[in-house]
Unconditional design. Structure first.
Length: 491
């Protein structure tokens, strides 16, 4: 580790790094926006393709753009399409309904600019569906103007190289504006996106075959490794990392590299929520990850809710549900028992728009609380999962604006007060009282890059066992879902 720290102290030879990577990615697949730019310099098409490309595979974006441009090759023809027709044309890009709304409103928004795509960042960000990343990309690709487009690949790789030390893509953009030679501004995004997709992947990067492996300090990178299977029980006094993550669809997460990520992180236990799958819909690879046993509890309704647990240690017992069909039909609680603790993996209901399911959620909360409290009579109890509530103002970016909204209404916060007052401890707040620590971000308005989020994922332990928690963390840099994982170290 000493060598890596020394590397960071010195100004890196960014020219040597970028030159080597640029040469390497020439044979890689070109990012879709660059591909469209090669075919046309039409700012309208570049803008539209960039909006479509957010959180969507390049292949899907390319096909959707082709269908859309066949019907609407310019702003005038786009204005003639209805929102439903646009939605059908661009399906199945990610969040196609929201993007159809953006595109439907685009002609009216561009009227302020004479029906032309503006070139300035501040003007571009006034258009529907356009954040700073999109604006910089359009400015650079469509107009060839100085701009640094920073997506998660650029942000991540520049930090791995130690060229910047930043926490968000926006901070990275500002830092690069100060120090990156201007000759690289226009091309850095396409170079590092291709490199990030092909070699320096977010999950288990291919450091062993990287062309810059002798230059790269690999800051924050963990080498690929597969854990060994074990039936050993976790023992009191032995620290083990336990993680919890709302994956927002395990089958989609599998395509994003979940298996490699689990093998890279190597938690003793990984509890996941919102699996949105029945066991028969899962691949053999997901069911049997090397080194882990898996247990699944799904909702009766397909594609909805569901929880699962991956564990390196064979549990003594597995408890499915709460023993109440009203809640168990939605597959919300899965408990594993070890020699000296229970782990309750929970996916709490969302109280929904206009608090339509608030009474259902409060009933679930009470049942879960009773279930967990009863288990504390036997041994330590750790409750984890997506609680779907931000407990205090420090736990969300805009508390005042959300006081009547699901996840922060008075009744939900009052239950959390009671849960923590009598029996349990919020492990993260045991170690960290700082604001701006969140575990969920809306996909809208570039919320994650701007860190406008909520902390709604928790590990809570019964008070008698509180001293067994040695650390608690939010792993905000791990992408793939609208939530990030949270973790504890349990002795």
């Amino acid at each position: 580790m000493g060598t890596r720290k020394e590397v960071v102290k010195y100004e890196m030879n960014i020219t040597k790094l970028i030159t080597a990577v640029k040469k390497e990615v020439k044979s890689y697949k070109v990012p879709v926006v660059d591909l469209i730019a090669v075919q046309t310099k039409d700012p309208f098409k570049v803008l539209t393709a960039t909006i479509l490309s957010a959180r969507t595979k390049d292949e899907t974006t390319a096909k959707a753009a082709e269908r859309l441009f066949a019907k609407a090759p310019d702003l005038k023809s786009l204005a003639a399409l209805g929102e439903d027709e646009i939605s059908k044309l661009i399906y199945p890009v990610g969040f196609y309904k929201s993007k159809a709304g953006y595109l439907h409103r685009l002609p009216a928004a561009m009227a302020c600019f004479g029906g032309k795509v503006p070139q300035e960042i501040n003007d571009l960000t006034k258009l529907p569906g356009v954040g700073r990343k999109t604006a910089n990309l359009v400015r650079a690709v469509a107009f060839g103007k100085p701009a640094i487009c920073v997506d998660t690949h650029v942000h991540r790789i520049m930090n791995i190289w130690g060229y910047v030390q930043t926490k968000t893509p926006l901070q990275t953009e500002m830092a690069l504006r100060d120090k990156l030679p201007s000759k690289y501004w226009l091309e850095i995004n396409s170079i590092l996106v291709a490199f990030g997709q092909g070699t320096c992947k977010p999950v288990a990067p291919h450091c062993e075959r990287c062309v810059i492996k002798d230059l790269c300090p690999q800051i924050g990178v963990t080498a690929r490794k597969i854990p060994k299977a074990t039936s050993r029980q976790p023992q009191h006094g032995m620290g083990q990392t336990i993680m919890s993550w709302n994956v927002n669809g395990i089958r989609a997460m599998e395509k994003k590299g979940f298996i490699d990520l689990l093998c890279q992180l190597q938690p003793s236990i990984m509890a996941i929520q919102e699996t949105k799958a029945q066991a028969e819909q899962l691949s053999e690879q997901l069911l049997n990850i090397p080194g882990y046993k898996s247990f699944w509890y799904s909702a009766k309704r397909k594609g909805y809710s569901g929880v699962a647990i991956y564990t390196q240690h064979k549990p003594k017992n597995v408890i499915y549900g709460l023993g109440n069909a009203e809640f168990d039909d939605e597959g919300r609680v899965l408990t594993v028992e070890y020699d000296d603790f229970f782990l309750i993996n929970s996916y709490f209901p969302n109280s929904q728009h206009e608090l339509k399911r608030l009474n259902y959620k409060l009933a679930f909360n009470a049942a879960l609380h009773k279930f967990a409290t009863k288990l504390t009579q036997q041994k330590a109890v750790l409750v984890c999962g997506d609680f779907n509530v931000a407990h205090r103002p420090i736990d969300l970016k805009n508390p005042k604006a959300n006081e009547m909204n699901p996840g922060y209404c008075a009744e939900e916060r009052a239950w959390m007060d009671d849960f923590l007052a009598h029996d349990f401890v919020d492990t993260f707040r045991k170690f960290n009282q700082q604001p701006d620590n969140y575990s969920w971000w809306s996909y809208r308005s570039n919320a994650r890059a701007r860190n406008i989020g909520w902390r709604i994922d928790y590990f809570c332990i019964n008070k008698k066992a509180e001293n067994r928690i040695k650390d608690a963390a939010i792993l905000a840099d791990i992408m793939g879902s609208d939530h990030c994982p949270v973790s504890v170290n349990l002795s």
